[in-house]
Design a protein around this ligand. Structure first.
Ligand SMILES: [Zn+2]
Length: 464
């Protein structure tokens, strides 16, 4: 190339670069501005609602949020009227790939009957029902299909992130980690060796500190965002008692250490008091359920800053459909239900950090918001109940920099519900507008899809 050819090449190259830069700028500038207005606004952290709420959105982010802002000229204004704007709700405890809400034995048969791919397709509807109910972020705390090693929760999360299907932002746990014969052992209650082998770390079953570390590493390798483990027995498992400890302190220490080294939070399924005490001492990030926790254990939680995820909806649902469960599980459910109301009242009084979580899948997906009323009925202030599902949840999930409050620079995850939820908390059950990362998922009635799918056609929790 001679000198003049070189200069021509350079000038063409710099022109191309200029064109590319100006294209990038104009694409950015072309992001239309959307202004959401409503009579009230909850920002996810304040003690009161703001009047004349305004949220200004450009692209996938919030540009500004507060009271009485003028709308920029040429913005698209959506006035939602006598409603309350709020950050998208967050549920810290769901199982979007499963549905346990129908008759227990029928469901158990289906679990070994249905093709896993078919169950994964059903999960896309559960995801849609959840986001349409106003839940723009969830933690998915355990997904498993007996006899299969599929990571359906990872696939669901990735498909949502890629825009293939509509659903909430998901932080997934893959398999719940637990002991042989414990709450998460997928073969518990089936005839010995029915599946040909004992489950191992590759299905979350681990005994001993080293095996627990291997299970954590295996899950992170396969896409886990958060680690879930069962440290005590559970209600819907056939071969354990509901409150016995299932991991040793040494196993819990290994669980927490390995997860935190890999920058993953640890959520533990725990009903029993002793197991909770040991798990809190070990440094877990949240206790899920916590039914039998005594005041002394709640004090330990408060001092350590450990979150409680109450999942009141799970017990509420099981108790309202108690005949759907085998006698052994009925007894466990009754014991847990009798203990959890006092535990929750104490936790609220003592100021334990609480993050919203429901155990959706035990009840039909999309009914998550009914948890709000249960918390308020047990003594929580409505504004604090709203905080559990927004600012608090974002803090527990480790994503408070990105979402959970209506503030400049955060993702535009914005919902609206009619009226004033601090006057009537059940307004949270009637979300009418949902935006996730600046995209409107719903404005008005839910999609025509039969979204609240359940194996039980009468799957509606009693109103009282
Ligand atoms: Zn659960």
């Amino acid at each position: 190339m001679n000198v003049s050819a070189f200069y021509r090449f350079c000038s063409r190259l710099s022109f191309t670069i200029l064109v590319l830069i100006s294209c990038a700028i104009s694409i950015h500038a072309a992001d239309k501005v959307i202004v959401l207005k409503a009579a009230r606004l909850f920002d996810g952290k304040s003690k009161t609602l703001a009047q004349n709420g305004v949220v200004i959105i450009q692209g996938n982010k919030i540009v500004d949020a507060g009271s009485n802002f003028p709308a920029p000229t040429d913005a698209q204004v959506i006035d939602l009227g006598d409603a309350t704007l709020s950050p998208g709700f967050m549920d810290g405890h769901t199982h979007l790939t499963l549905d346990f809400s129908g008759n227990y034995n029928e469901r158990r048969l289906k679990e070994v009957d249905l093709n896993v791919s078919e169950q994964a397709i059903a999960a896309t509807r559960y995801a849609r029902a959840t986001v349409e109910a106003g839940f723009t972020t969830v933690r998915d705390l355990g997904s498993r299909f007996v006899g299969s090693k599929e990571f359906v929760d990872v696939a669901l999360r990735n498909s949502i992130n890629k825009g293939v299907i509509v659903g909430p932002r998901m932080l997934v746990a893959t398999y719940g980690i637990g002991a042989t014969g414990g709450h998460f052992d997928p073969t518990s209650g089936f005839r010995d060796m029915l599946f040909g082998h004992e489950p191992d770390f590759s299905q979350g079953i681990a005994d001993g500190a080293d095996a627990i570390r291997k299970a954590v590493r295996f899950e992170v390798k396969n896409g886990a965002d958060v680690i879930k483990a069962a440290v005590s027995g559970g209600v819907l498992s056939l071969a354990d008692e509901v409150d016995t400890p299932q991991l040793t302190p040494a196993e819990m220490a290994a669980l927490v250490d390995e997860s935190h080294r890999l920058r993953k939070k640890v959520a533990v399924h725990c009903h029993g008091d002793q197991a909770a005490k040991e798990a809190i001492e070990a440094g877990v990030d949240s206790i899920e359920h916590g039914s039998f926790m005594k005041p002394e254990t709640l004090t330990l939680m408060k001092n350590k800053g450990t979150y409680l995820t109450p999942t009141l909806m799970a017990t509420e649902w099981i108790m309202s459909k108690i005949d759907n469960y085998p006698p052994a599980l009925q007894a466990k459910a009754k014991a847990a239900a009798a203990a959890r109301s006092d535990m929750f009242r104490n936790a609220v009084k003592m100021g334990v950090k609480i993050s919203f979580g429901t155990d959706a899948a035990v009840f039909p997906h999309g009914q998550n918001a009914k948890e709000f009323k249960l918390m308020v009925d047990l003594g929580m202030q409505p504004i604090d109940a709203l905080k559990t599902a927004t600012g608090n949840a974002a803090d527990l999930f480790g994503i408070a920099q990105k979402t959970g409050t209506l503030e400049k620079g955060k993702f535009a995850d914005v919902i609206a519900m009619p009226g004033d939820p601090t006057a009537d908390i059940t307004a949270t059950e009637r979300v009418s507008f949902v935006m996730k990362e600046g995209k409107i998922i719903r404005n008005g009635p839910p999609s025509a899809l039969p979204v609240a799918i359940s194996s039980d056609p009468e799957a509606e929790i009693p109103a009282d």
